[in-house]
Design a protein around this ligand. Structure first.
Ligand code: SF4
Length: 460
């Protein structure tokens, strides 16, 4: 991995669409903390967002004078010679009776590289200021630990969507993470005397533009995403009427209500945390637009889109589909490419003789969790670990299952043969984390082989 400053910053910021005035609705949850109208006339959320960007205190392009220095630091901390070797040897390597196949697309996406670079530049550009971040920068423990080591304060969560912004004082610097921040947080910070460094990935901003276009067309946004995920929390804050569906089962519940109606109270009870305030399923499912969390499983988003399109067609007739349904694919390329690459590994799994597939990435990382689902659903033994030390010298592995449980189980099962594994990593995982995990496996295999032979292992 070599991060180029030019590449990182030659990224087009998501296009800005025209907007039409509309009244601002107050929302529940965090909105109660932050007024959207205080000190200025009411405005649309998109108008408000564009207003934030115009402020001299709102920084979206980084700080040139420290860029080269930051680029060197990032490469030093996160790149891996082992992963570079794997890439240059056609994504396969053999060492100490272990054969490793690396997925063709894996690891840091440009949105994450950009976000880390902007955060590091902020630290260097404001050496004497207190810095805060409104959430984890990305879902990766090593990267977040590094920011903590650089004295960036992670603003404490107080529960029920509230955070302790009391610690932010005049003159401080506040970093917004790669998933973005909610409208209410941006509005609140805009009114304070602080510098804001916005590292939101442009793909996420694209989703916000999509839900904004739903509002202009008078559509309810159906968001394929997890309502509690930081990115979806931010996206819903830019919506007026919305409902979140996390998977096909929930999409089918919504489609069924659209087509046939149902028990309104039961429906609202089930989706109580996943809908906008005052959501009325009898009125608000007549005209809908689909958007998604950028890191969802692409095949599922597509299937959900087809389900709603079919439901609308059956209810209103084919000629009325455009009037009642709008879809815009907002799965980011990085997510799709990593899913395609692990699918290819799975398809070749028998030919390669894979014992298992290892997925490396933060346990809270949605895109990493989806990478696990692909081999899991094909019946291939697979593990999602967040750090190398999930692999223990006692030949156990601690991993996150597709159901989200953290479990520990025996790891290398057949000690009489060479080990063959596939490996991939999420979009927020540094190559160095993959190297650490593989090194742990090489060492463990060596230990197991030595124990079998009755000799002691020498560490490299
Ligand atoms: S996974 Fe996609 S949306 Fe998320 S940071 Fe990377 S490029 Fe942006």
């Amino acid at each position: 991995m070599k991060i180029s400053g030019a590449a990182v910053f030659a990224i087009a910021i998501a296009s800005v669409e025209a907007f039409s005035p509309a009244s601002v609705q107050q929302r529940n949850g965090a909105t109660a903390l932050f007024s959207t109208t205080e000190g200025s006339k009411p405005r649309t959320k998109k108008e408000g967002r564009l207003g934030f960007f115009k402020s001299e205190k709102f920084h979206r392009k980084g700080f040139k004078e420290v860029r080269d220095n930051v680029e060197d630091t990032i490469n030093e901390q996160y790149q891996s010679s082992l992963v570079d070797d794997l890439k240059s040897s056609n994504y396969v390597i053999e060492k100490d009776n272990v054969k490793v196949y690396l997925a063709k697309d894996f690891g840091f996406c440009w949105g994450v590289e950009r976000s880390i670079a902007l955060a590091y530049e902020a630290v260097r550009h404001y050496p004497d200021r207190k810095l805060h971040i409104t959430n984890e920068l990305i879902h990766n423990p090593e990267v977040n630990d590094r920011l903590t080591e650089m004295n960036v304060n992670l603003i404490e969560k107080l529960g029920e969507g509230k955070k302790n912004f009391d610690v932010v004082e005049d003159g401080d610097v506040v970093i917004l993470p790669a998933f973005g921040a909610s409208y209410e947080e941006m509005d609140f910070l805009d009114k304070k005397n602080v510098e804001i460094v916005d590292t939101t990935c442009p793909w996420v901003s694209k989703v916000w533009n999509t839900v904004d276009s739903h509002q202009r067309k008078g559509l309810t946004s159906i968001i394929h995403g997890k309502y509690g995920h930081e990115e979806t929390v931010a996206t819903t804050s830019f919506c007026e009427d919305y409902i979140c569906v996390k998977d096909m089962k929930e999409a089918e519940m919504v489609a069924d209500y659209m087509a046939n109606g149902g028990d309104r109270e039961e429906f609202l009870k089930y989706f109580k945390n996943a809908v906008s305030e005052g959501f009325d399923p009898d009125k608000m499912l007549e005209k809908v637009g689909l958007a998604n969390q950028t890191t969802m499983y692409k095949k599922e988003t597509k299937a959900i889109g087809q389900l709603f399109q079919k439901t609308i067609m059956q209810k209103f007739g084919p000629s009325k589909v455009d009037e009642h349904y709008y879809e815009f694919d907002t799965i980011c390329d990085a997510t799709q490419e990593r899913q395609d690459a692990v699918t290819e590994l799975v398809e070749n799994g028998n030919d390669y003789g894979l014992d298992f597939i290892l997925v490396v990435g933060g346990w809270d990382s949605s895109n990493t969790a989806h990478l696990l689902e692909i081999p899991h659903h094909q019946g291939i033994r697979s593990f999602h670990i967040n750090r190398a030390d999930c692999i223990s010298a006692d030949n156990t592995i601690t991993h996150r299952t597709v159901e989200g449980e953290i479990v520990t189980e025996p790891f290398l099962l057949n000690l009489d043969k060479d080990l063959v594994l596939g490996v991939t990593s999420g979009a927020s995982t540094p190559d160095a984390a993959v190297q650490d995990a593989l090194s742990q496996i090489f060492l463990l295999k060596k230990m197991q082989d030595a124990a079998k032979e009755g000799s002691a292992v020498k560490s490299d």
